[in-house]
Design a binder for this molecule. Structure first.
Ligand SMILES: Nc1ncnc2c1ncn2[C@@H]1O[C@H](COP(=O)(O)OP(=O)(O)OP(=O)(O)O)[C@@H](O)[C@H]1O
Length: 253
């Protein structure tokens, strides 16, 4: 309890986290006493069968949903103690998101979408931040697409824009929710390789929710959820090993 989250190499942490939906006999325990840490600079996959609580865990960790019990920290900030408006500011400044559906603003061009987090924070990027954005644009292969609108881009290109936007402010933690769910398998692998590179080269902490063993095989670490509980915690594993663990979990349900 005395140790700060960041002192122990964690960028986020949850302790005895529970989330119930509904009341009485219709109540569902989406999360049941979950305690985990997300390590700084790692690409962490959160896996589990449908209904195991993956999305709920991500939403509560990102301050998008409230906990029924337990605590959540982002860095040394306990977000379970914060109100809605403080959480909105924290999400804007310290968290990035990559969604299955890309969630780009259709009326903004690529550059406008990438710079949106600064816009929403009511400021312009500093010279250093603009340099970083230029670097991201180049390394993600978006340089000759900057004035295009999202509908003029392929799915893979749209997801690369979403990744650039998520990394633009160098957030403490990027949450990726089934980021390859809408992509063909080759494009999906490219996107996963980009996320893995962001963790390796930029020490970007990433937490990715997925039910796809191939996607999880790109992660440095894999947390397995079943029935709202953490049931396994593995270092980088092959898609075959991950599939075996998942099959074992489903057989046990
Ligand atoms: N808003 C809600 N109201 C009631 N029950 C909910 C709500 N959201 C989730 N649940 C329930 O909580 C449990 C966990 O759901 P969650 O969406 O977190 O699972 P998941 O692992 O992300 O599933 P999937 O892979 O299918 O998206 C499920 O039993 C689900 O039905």
């Amino acid at each position: 309890m005395g140790m700060n989250t960041t002192d122990i190499g964690l960028i986020a942490r949850v302790a005895h986290l529970s989330k119930r939906y509904g009341t009485g006999s219709g109540a569902v325990a989406a999360l049941d006493d979950v305690s985990i840490g997300i390590r700084h600079g790692e690409f962490t996959a959160i896996m589990g069968p449908s209904g195991s609580g993956k999305s709920t865990l991500m939403h509560v960790m990102a301050g998008l949903d409230t906990a029924s019990a337990g605590q959540v920290w982002l860095g040394d900030t306990e977000i379970t103690a914060m109100g809605d408006s403080a959480l909105t500011v924290l999400r804007r400044r310290r968290v990035g998101f990559v969604f299955q559906s890309f969630n780009l603003v259709p009326t903004l061009d690529v550059l406008g979408n990438i710079l949106l987090p600064f816009e929403l924070d009511g400021r312009r990027p500093s010279a250093k931040e603009r340099e970083w954005v230029d670097h991201l644009v180049t390394s993600l292969g978006l340089l000759n697409r900057l004035s295009h609108r999202p509908h003029q881009l392929s799915g893979g290109q749209q997801q690369r824009v979403a990744i650039a936007r998520a990394l633009a402010t160098r957030p403490d933690l990027v949450f990726a929710d089934e980021p390859t769910g809408a992509l063909d398998s080759r494009t999906g692998r490219e996107v996963l390789a980009l996320l893995a590179t962001a963790a390796r080269d930029y020490s970007q902490s990433i937490a990715m929710v997925t039910h796809d063993p191939i996607a999880a095989s790109y992660a440095d670490r894999i947390l397995f959820l079943a029935d709202g509980r953490v049931v396994d915690d593995r270092p980088r594993s092959s898609a075959e090993e991950i599939s075996r663990i998942m099959l074992g979990m489903e057989a046990a349900l």
